[in-house]
Design a protein around this ligand. Sequence first.
Ligand SMILES: CC/C=C\C/C=C\C/C=C\C/C=C\C/C=C\C/C=C\C=C\C(=O)SCCNC(=O)CCNC(=O)[C@H](O)C(C)(C)COP(=O)(O)OP(=O)(O)OC[C@H]1O[C@@H](n2cnc3c(N)ncnc32)[C@H](O)[C@@H]1OP(=O)(O)O
Ligand SMILES: Cc1cc2nc3c(=O)[nH]c(=O)nc-3n(C[C@H](O)[C@H](O)[C@H](O)COP(=O)(O)OP(=O)(O)OC[C@H]3O[C@@H](n4cnc5c(N)ncnc54)[C@H](O)[C@@H]3O)c2cc1C
Length: 666
Amino acid sequence: MEAEAAVDYLVDERSKAQFDIDAMKIIWAGGKHEFEVSDRMARLVASDPVFRKDNRAILDRKELFKNTLRKAAHAWKRIIELRLSEQEASKLRFFVDEPAYTDLHWGMFIPVIKGQGTEEQRKKWLPMAYRMQIIGCYAQTELGHGSNVQGLETTATFDPELDEFVIHSPTLTSSKWWPGGLGRASTHAVVFARLITDGKDHGINGFIVQLRSLDDHLPLPGIIIGDIGMKFGNGAYNTMDNGFLRFDHVRIPRDQMLMRVKQVTREGKVVQSDVPWQLLYGTMVYVRQTIVADASCALSRAVCIATRYSAVRRQFGSQNGHETQVIDYRTQQSRLFPLLASAYAFRFVGEWLKWLYMDVTQRLQARDFSTLPEAHACTAGLKSLTTSVTADAIEECRKLCGGHGYLCSSGLPELFAVYVPACTYEGDNIVLLLQVARFLMKTVSQLGSGERPVGTTTYLLRLEHLLQCPCDVQGAEDWLKPDVVVQLFEARSARMTVACAKSLSKFSKPEDGFMDLSADLVSVATAHCQLIVVSKFVEKLQQDIPGEGVKQQLEALCSIYALSLLKKHLGDFLSTSCITSKQASLANDVLRSLYSQVRPNAIALVDAFNYTDHFLGSVLGRYDGNVYPKLYEEALKDPLNESVVPDGYHEYLQPVLKQRLRTARL
Ligand SMILES: CC/C=C\C/C=C\C/C=C\C/C=C\C/C=C\C/C=C\C=C\C(=O)SCCNC(=O)CCNC(=O)[C@H](O)C(C)(C)COP(=O)(O)OP(=O)(O)OC[C@H]1O[C@@H](n2cnc3c(N)ncnc32)[C@H](O)[C@@H]1OP(=O)(O)O
Ligand SMILES: Cc1cc2nc3c(=O)[nH]c(=O)nc-3n(C[C@H](O)[C@H](O)[C@H](O)COP(=O)(O)OP(=O)(O)OC[C@H]3O[C@@H](n4cnc5c(N)ncnc54)[C@H](O)[C@@H]3O)c2cc1C
């Protein structure tokens, strides 16, 4: 094939931008320093051949896993050689873009010891973990129990004679099943088990257990361990060794029980400290918060691919002598631009959630536990909302790219396969929304008792007003007023919450009501979480936003985010009488004009994510838009194209063809 000169097919598109893209890059990154670190780490990874990833879909499982080990070891070597900070190291791992045991080591094992260990335990275990002299994972889920953490079966029975715990898997269903990094790599795990002393069950707790020898990596006596097998998609999450683990009366010293929440004395007495028992779930709260930030990364990545390709791809019609760019079709815009807006919305709500998490952590250290329920509800609800939307959006982006979106070289199939389990891990999304609903029902039921709603539920203090207030939209331009939109989302959430609370009150047993009304409760929780995202976007825009035209672009995206939600959930808004059908129709008109406003800026808005071609891993999303020659290049790399006549021709194709010839002669 002829070599093509390097041409930037998207130059024209970039010249249309009406805002300062460098300023937008900094807003997206969360600050100048964050941008600088992220940019440097992305380039470092992209320029290192060890981190190539274009062959993942065709490697078999063993090669794939070994390759991941190689990359993780190389990443660690670079981190040490370059003396990278924690922030830089975590960005480097992010851009390597391959699920690995290190995610669980840094993302859960270290945090669980930090959050649930005593000072002594932190001093003993964290230095070894930070130096990677031990590798750890988070072993909570069992074959028979995932969502219901209180239902775990693994036991940790105290033996006062030897001052040890005996960790045991009493049944098949008590086998640990799923923990990432467990299958092949980890030497240690924090294992969640039922604490039993003197024959009494004290509920679940975490225990540090060594699994494999630090000399030869063989499992220690009493440990039965392995990988749970291939998961969805080629490549994708199969770089991770999700594992199974059974214990046959494995003994550990008493001081390997994580004792911040509960302690067991030398005599076997259980002492509950004054921190809430829910801190046992604290690592999940921490990870859910990081998952929200991660959702904006995955979503923006898919949107970047689909937007660039939509500007390159042409079908039908006539536009300056060419067919029409598919991005100019209104249908394409109405599917794509709300996703672009959601990527920005999730970025900002993720930033806010990080702040909320830091705030609750500081309060906990000062023994103020009052905001813990809200932090739990926000992390659970936003994890659920953002991952569900992102998973659906990646698939929508694949469809927005037509047939070529289905090729692995588009990057979208693998992104989808890697991303979808986010709807399940760290809490099934429906189970988590039910937690939010439970929190909302409790908040509403306490309104009369003088208990003041806090943070994101403060709007419920204006319940009387919100239950009756009409929507202040008279003309189309009113839909661009942030306070009008926020009040509308508050009214919808408040009305749905109260309606559900009323229905619940008709049940003599609240648990029966929760079972019967659970589908409605999920809708209530979704409405509340969408309100949070809309209001955090609006709050972001009230801050100082530097850069020419940047604020205007973000305002347009904020309106698109809110009004496209309104359109999608119109039934909620109409059935609660929050808006009239006339107002809904005006909102639709405004959306169309917002799409026109965003259209010339679309490429620059995705360029602001600052993704390298290496990270995007997509022929369709290339920065230079040079899609077609590169699609050929990728196709030619396929192993099937290594020979002109395929392997198997002589055994299986030729005989068939010959037989058909004979039949034809007959
Ligand atoms: C890990 C990798 C990290 C980083 C990698 C690096 C960079 C990548 C960037 C980002 C991360 C991206 C991706 C992550 C990558 C991969 C994922 C890998 C690992 C995945 C790991 C896991 O999945 S670990 C297992 C997770 N398991 C769960 O989430 C189980 C879900 N179930 C529960 O949480 C609970 O059982 C339940 C909440 C559903 C119910 O609990 P229960 O005890 O029965 O409680 P209730 O009776 O309902 O409630 C009692 C009261 O307690 C309150 N509550 C419940 N939970 C909490 C909490 N967490 N905090 C505070 N309070 C809580 C509840 O509201 C009740 O309160 P009341 O006042 O009403 O009594
Ligand atoms: C890729 C991946 C990585 C993982 N990594 C780890 C790890 O490192 N460590 C670890 O400990 N675990 C890990 N897990 C396990 C994960 O946390 C659990 O799978 C998750 O918490 C869901 O639990 P489950 O599988 O028991 O689902 P289930 O609870 O069995 O869910 C099945 C269905 O039942 C529904 N359901 C369940 N309960 C209710 C209810 N009360 N009301 C209404 N509907 C309900 C759910 O919505 C779902 O549709 C991982 C899982 C995956 C997929």
